[in-house]
Design a protein around this ligand. Structure first.
Ligand code: UT7
Length: 325
């Protein structure tokens, strides 16, 4: 039988840099309360959001992705010409054709990149990062730009108080490259398609619907064990983890995941991302954006171990341990 060539594989992969971008327009809870029957106290106590950023009219999802991608490439120290693959994790494109990744690559100045979109909703960045890491390790790519971006203003009914108060627009990105020592752990990822009806958009003329309480119960019981599985697969101890970065869905869910991990030995000084407060739920953007903001604020140091865990529509979930650049 004919044997075909394989690309030479590499020992490991690492994150070379992070970047993010948020639209300028800040929308407070009080502003939303002028449009619908809600109030600042309810939103803060039940969801944890103080304000969110919403896109300006005419600002597209690709506009957000480009800015976050540029920032990550700059942070990585690479030039756009050194990136050969672009993955955009998103579920909220204005239209699906063409994809976001090819346009984003072109506008950043990344020539002829392999470029594709990936939809795992709010777990999208975890899937994009796992895919990028594996591409680099098997030699399918050298340096991959992974962007998590969502623009829920495309898909939210701003008269529906059960969803309008939650989401924000934004983008977060990371550059993944080769490493002599593995710095991105194996992904613990999976799905529960039997629960698909918990979060959906019925058709292209409809808005997002979610069974909030059901998703809340699922997230507060199922996600901590998935995060622990990622820790096990990375070959470290939960007490080694310095930073927990869960998808920023709801502050109460974030606290429940932190509590679940502490029961299994996570340190009391574990830093936990709470970016939802000033960003809202930005879906696939929320994990890289939270890390980028924490790094900028000096809350994460180079070499620290971060545990990332994404979850959302599908239902889909994914987690991994990474060494912070
Ligand atoms: O990112 C993708 C994954 N998604 C998630 O993880 C979302 C998970 N779910 C949640 O975060 C929460 O379930 C929500 C934030 C969506 C809702 O919070 P909740 O604490 O589960 O509220 P609820 O739906 O149980 O509603 C409680 C009460 C109801 O009133 P009654 O029936 O008790 O009188 C609602 O009508 O709060 C009412 N309510 C509101 N009141 C003021 C619902 N939305 C609002 C609102 N403002 N915006």
């Amino acid at each position: 039988m004919t044997e075909l060539n394989l690309t030479p594989s590499r020992t490991g992969s690492r994150i070379l840099g992070f970047g993010s971008y948020q639209p300028e327009r800040r929308v407070t809870n009080d502003e939303l309360a002028q449009e619908m029957d809600t109030n600042d106290e309810w939103i803060r106590s039940r969801v944890g959001v103080i304000e969110r950023r919403l896109s300006e009219p005419g600002q597209t999802l690709v506009d957000l992705a480009v800015e976050a991608g540029k920032n990550a490439v700059t942070d990585s120290g690479l030039t756009p010409s050194e990136i050969d693959t672009v993955i955009v994790a998103t579920c909220t494109m204005e239209t699906n054709i063409p994809n976001a990744a090819a346009q984003t690559a072109h506008r950043i100045g990344i020539q002829a990149a392999a470029a594709f979109d990936l939809n795992a909703a709010c777990a999208g960045f975890s899937y994009g990062l796992g895919t990028a890491s594996d591409f680099v390790r098997v030699g399918s790519a050298k340096n991959v730009l992974v962007i998590g971006v969502d623009k829920f203003t495309n898909w939210v009914d701003y008269t529906d108080r059960s969803t309008a108060i939650i989401f924000g627009d934004g983008a977060g990105a990371a550059v993944v490259g080769p490493s002599d020592t593995p710095q991105i752990g194996p992904a613990a990822w999976g799905s529960a398609g039997d629960l698909a009806e918990m979060i959906y958009v019925k058709d292209r003329n409809s808005f997002i619907f979610q069974e909030g309480q059901s998703v809340f119960r699922w997230a507060t019981t199922k996600i901590a064990p998935i995060a622990l599985e990622a820790v096990k697969r990375a070959g470290v101890d939960i007490a080694d983890i310095d930073v927990l970065v869960p998808h920023q869905a709801n502050l109460r869910i974030i606290e429940a995941i932190g509590k679940g991990l502490r029961k299994h030995g996570a340190r009391t000084d574990l830093k936990v991302a709470t970016d939802i407060q000033y960003s809202g739920n930005t879906s696939a953007a929320s994990i890289p954006m939270a890390i980028d903001h924490m790094r900028a604020a000096g809350e994460i140091k180079s070499g620290e171990l971060a545990l990332l865990v994404g979850f959302g529509a599908g239902l889909s979930y994914g987690a991994q341990v990474v060494v912070c650049p």
